[in-house]
Every structure is written in structure tokens, then in C-alpha cells.
Design a protein around this ligand. Sequence first.
Ligand code: NAD
Length: 411
Amino acid sequence: MRALDATQLYFTRAAEHLGLQSRVCQLLADANRELQVQLPIEMDDGHLATFTGYRVQHNNARGPMKGGLRYHPEVDLDEVRSLAALMTWKTAVVNLPYGGAKGGIAVDIHQLSERELERLTRKFVSKLHEVIGPDTDIPAPDMGTDYRAMAWIMNEYGKFEGFNPACVTGKPVELYGIPGREEATGRGVGILCLKLLSRLGRDPQQTRVAIQGFGNVGLHTARFLQLADCKIVAVSDLTGAYFKPGGLDISEMIQFVHRGDGTLRDYRGTELMPAEQLLELDVDVLIPAAVGGVITNSNVHHVKAPIIIEAANGPIWPDADDHLAEAGVTVLPDILANAGGVTVSYFEWVQNRQYYDWSLDRVRQELDRVLSGAFEEVWQMAGERKMSLRTAAYILGIDRVRQAVELGGIR
Ligand code: NAD
């Protein structure tokens, strides 16, 4: 199955519940604009290499389009399309004044030096600057990109369009970024996990958690949930899964990752297992926080966790999702679970437009308020209409976009 098929299927199911007319469905499903660009850059050794970049602007009925920029070897138009649509529904679920977009470059960042990555990012902006900007489409970090790339984007965009820090979010705090953006997605996953545990009558202290991925999202999720007294028994990254039934020392693991090459390779004092085995552990909460399509028909029968929080985008294929629903597993869907990142990106954009500083306390309080509100709406709808949290979240998001399209008229 392709990532796009999964998003389309979830969209179609929600559209059927909403009784949307087919012409409205078509309008909401199709992307406004899709760009594919060739990016030739000079490498450090003098040879020329060409990469392919994408930006899909899905829908702007509710405001400027917003979405991350992913650097990964498997990025292609299909994946970017799917992620752009997810962003439209995600910004609507948490009721931000945005539409959805996504971008990416097919590149293995580990094969490029920092200078080469900078040249690549600047080349991408030089090809895109006319169609992005604070009132049209605002990029942000995603897999493989961080605050450095966002700073290069702001700088390069300014060369063409004039200085405007609100043209991109996820920037360094010292350069118009906002405190708390880096932790925001993981913190949001943690906040929503606690809300779900509370609704399900579970005690965080009795909750064993396994987290796939120990990058930006996985690491901050682990830190937040450990501080909330959950027991993190396993985390994984590309180097394997690290398991300790009595609970891992997350602070020590974070220090290890920051001191070394960014991975958990050679981290000692835990049981080391093949990375994919983490998904099958007997835990209370499973949090896929790495890549899409990791829970499929071939492994779903081995998944034992009664609660799954989709911190990554699209980690569960629809067939597997149906199986989990039948088995009574509660799944908190990506369009709500990982919306903390775009929410704090929105605060950064507001801050930049006001040329005003927000404190970390204020960011955290507002994040909690926005996510808690969205969670309650989704929870209530799922309960009233006896549907999954995923379908409820999609209905909430799609209906908000439908209203905006109908009220604004077809432009
Ligand atoms: P990242 O690049 O910082 O980290 C990814 C982590 O996943 C790394 O630890 C990597 O080693 C690990 N990983 C990759 N493949 C794996 C595998 N097969 N098994 C185990 N571990 C594996 O990326 P990130 O920013 O943390 O993003 C993770 C996910 O969260 C992505 O799906 C992304 O789209 C989603 N997301 C991120 C943000 C954000 O603000 N960064 C916001 C919303 C959604």
C-alpha cells in the first residue's frame, strides 16, 4: 500500500460519515499545487550532484498552508502528497488558522557534509521562494531537518523576498525561534497520552511504555512521560531496540545520544533486540515515533499493546488499523497525536508577526490548552457516534475545511 492510499482511505471513510457530495469530496481530496524541482549542487570534492525536491500545497481554505520539510532517501511525490493532506486535516483538528502542505528532498543526510546540506537547502529555497512565504506556505522541520535548515531557509528567502522571519518556523531560539518548539511534538504526544490514560482509567505509574524512534519526537516523548511517572521500558532507533523491564534511564540515554553520533549505538546496560521487535513487546502503551507504515498486516497480529499513540505520521496501514479496532486496541491518530509541533510552530509565527517574545511557560500552557481542547472534542465525538478516535478526528478536521471552502466560495 502507498502512503497516499492510506490517507485517501481514511478521508473517504470520514467523508461518507459526513455525507459529503462528490464534488466537495473531489475539491477537498485534490492538492492545490504540486511542485517537483531538480536541485543540482556542487559537492565539497567539486563534483556536481543532482537531488529531487518536492513541495505539495494541499489546501488553503482555512489560511496559509503549513507543513514540514523532510530529508530522507525514500521521499517521493506520493509520500509528500499524503503528508500534505494529513497537514490540512491536522491543522483543522487543532483549529489553527492554517491549511496544509508538505515538502521533501530525496537525500540521505548522512552522506552529505553540513556545507553540502546548506547548499542543497538554499538551492531548494531559490527554486521555491515565489510560492512560499508567511501568508502562503510556511515550512517547518520534519525528519532529517532541524533548526539549522530552518535558519538557512529564513536567510535565503530573505535574499529574494526581503527579511521576514515568519516565512518559516522551527528556527533557532536565538534567531526568531520560540522556546519549546524543539520539544513540542514529543511533549504534545506526552500530554495527549496522559489525557487518554486518564479517560481509560489507567494510572501513569502502572503504565509501561515502548517508543519506536529516539529522534526529536521519540526522545522528547520519552522524557515527558518519564517525568509523568510512566515506566519507559523500551526505545529503539535504527541501531536496534533497547529494552529494560524495570525501566530505562531516559536522561542518561539522551545524554548518550547527544554526546555521540546521534544514535544509541553501543549504549550498554539494557537488553539489545532487533529494532522491529519493539513493536511486539508486551507493554501498555506503544508509541511509533519513527517512520510511516511500520504496523502492517504482516506484524499486526503480534502487537500486544492495548493503546497505540501515533507519534509518527502514518505508522499504521489501514488493514492493520481495522484489525486493531476489532481487537479493541485504542489508537490515538497521528492528525491529533503529533499536532503539538505545528501548534507551537503557529505560536512562533504569531510571535514573529508581532515581533514579540513568548516565554517557555506561556508556550507550554498554550500548547496544553490547544491540545486538551482538541482531544476533548475528538473523544466526545468518538463516544457519541460510537466510532474510532481516528474517524472522529478526520470528521472534525474535514468538516472544518468543508465549512471554510463553502463559506469562502470556490475561488
Ligand atoms: P528524527 O529524524 O529526528 O528521528 C527519527 C528516529 O527514528 C531516529 O531515532 C531514527 O534512528 C529512528 N528510526 C528510523 N527508522 C527506524 C526504524 N525502522 N526503527 C526504529 N527506529 C527508526 O525524526 P522526528 O522529527 O523525530 O520525526 C519522527 C516522526 O514524527 C516522523 O514520522 C515525522 O513525520 C513525525 N513528526 C515529526 C514532527 C516534528 O516536529 N519533528 C512533527 C510531527 C510529526
